[in-house]
Ligand binder design. Structure first.
Ligand code: ADP
Ligand code: TRP
Length: 321
């Protein structure tokens, strides 16, 4: 089974990114052929500053490695190091009806938030389709907000295959319903653009501050509380197994437990969970040349697969003459 996903280097990583995508990818390296990349072309749609993008790219790669991505068990690279993806994106553009892109929620959301509606933003899903199809991916682990993009990818692949024969594998999104949408501090979807994130790597003081900001209802300490309506619980449960979740649920329902107390526990849990990864991250940050070397090797492996697909596409579409 070939599994592929990418993450944009467009800001600090948060719990939503980790639980819906990064953790799944790291788990998949044990049972699948894993393709994982840093989507820096995509990040150009929201990071119009070269220095920031370059720094963010290396940082995102470092973070992924620190969290446990093993370059020996996966193909790990930076999107722009395999330029073949751009040629495929162009070929696919010709099989992408305007209406398909006009319906994309992610595009509409971004425009409604005031981001300029330029061609890069509009064509974003075509480039994402190229990422997925170039590597003949079968499974794409993503958060719920990316599901439509994988469906668009399938639509484009079907159109292309109808014209030229079975060139592309049709991918399936993989969405874990338990973590499909991780809530942020205010209970809305956790997202860097809403400023409601709990970030993975930060000092204790900032982490505590973020957790203390989680919005709760005014139920008094002694009264029973509903865990399903509580953002602290929804975040805390991501770190707990079924038994531990049940125990916490009982404490909520019994009353006598204040939100401050659970927040304090959540703080300690998150801090301790990420501490070993933070140590690994510090080591990697001290040796950026090592990270670059890993990425260069990954790009080489990725390019090998990319060229195979692209050469089929070039033949079929008449680019080889
Ligand atoms: P953001 O919304 O913070 O800008 P991205 O769009 O960069 O995050 O998302 C990167 C990955 O993390 C995607 O697979 C996306 O689906 C997932 N993701 C982001 N936020 C959440 C969330 N709150 N819950 C679940 N998955 C999320
Ligand atoms: N659009 C994805 C996001 O914002 C990142 C991405 C780019 C991606 N290309 C991809 C994810 C291909 C999965 C497969 O998170």
């Amino acid at each position: 089974m070939r599994v592929l996903s990418g993450i944009q280097p467009s800001g600090s990583l948060h719990l939503g990114n980790y639980f819906s995508m990064m953790k799944k990818m790291i788990e998949h390296q044990e049972n699948a052929e894993l393709f994982c990349f840093i989507a820096n072309y995509h990040a150009m749609t929201s990071v119009p500053d070269g220095k920031t993008l370059a720094r963010g790219t290396l940082e995102a790669a470092t973070n992924f490695l620190a969290l446990g991505l093993d370059p020996e068990k996966s193909v790990f690279w930076v999107q722009s190091d395999v330029m073949e993806v751009q040629e495929l994106a162009w070929a696919l553009s010709n099989f992408t009806p305007m209406g398909l892109l006009e319906r994309c929620h992610s595009y509409k959301d971004k425009v409604s938030k005031g981001i300029a509606a330029n061609h890069g933003l509009f064509a974003y899903p075509v480039l994402m389709a190229a990422d997925i199809l170039l590597y003949q991916s079968e499974v794409v682990p993503v958060g719920k907000d990316q599901k439509q993009h994988v469906e668009v990818t399938r639509d484009i692949a079907i159109k292309f295959n109808n014209e030229y024969g079975e060139v592309f594998v049709l991918p399936e999104p993989e969405i874990d319903e338990n973590v499909a949408t991780v809530p942020g501090l205010d209970g809305q979807k956790m997202s860097k653009s809403y400023g409601n994130t709990i970030n993975l790597f930060q000092d204790e003081k900032t982490l505590r501050k973020q957790i203390m900001r989680i919005v709760t209802d005014p139920t008094p300490v002694e009264e029973p509380k509903d865990p399903d309506k509580c953002t602290i619980f929804q975040i805390y449960r991501l770190f707990l197994d079924a038994g531990q979740q049940e125990a916490l649920r009982k404490r909520y329902l019994a009353g006598g437990m204040g939100y401050g107390e659970v927040k304090e526990e959540l703080f300690v849990t998150i801090r301790d969970f990420f501490a070993p990864f933070a140590e690994k991250r510090a080591e990697l940050m001290a040796h950026p040349e090592h990270v670059r070397e890993i990425l260069a090797k990954g790009a080489e492996k990725a390019r090998f697969v990319a060229r195979k697909t692209l050469s089929k596409v070039r033949k079929k579409t008449g680019l080889i003459y």
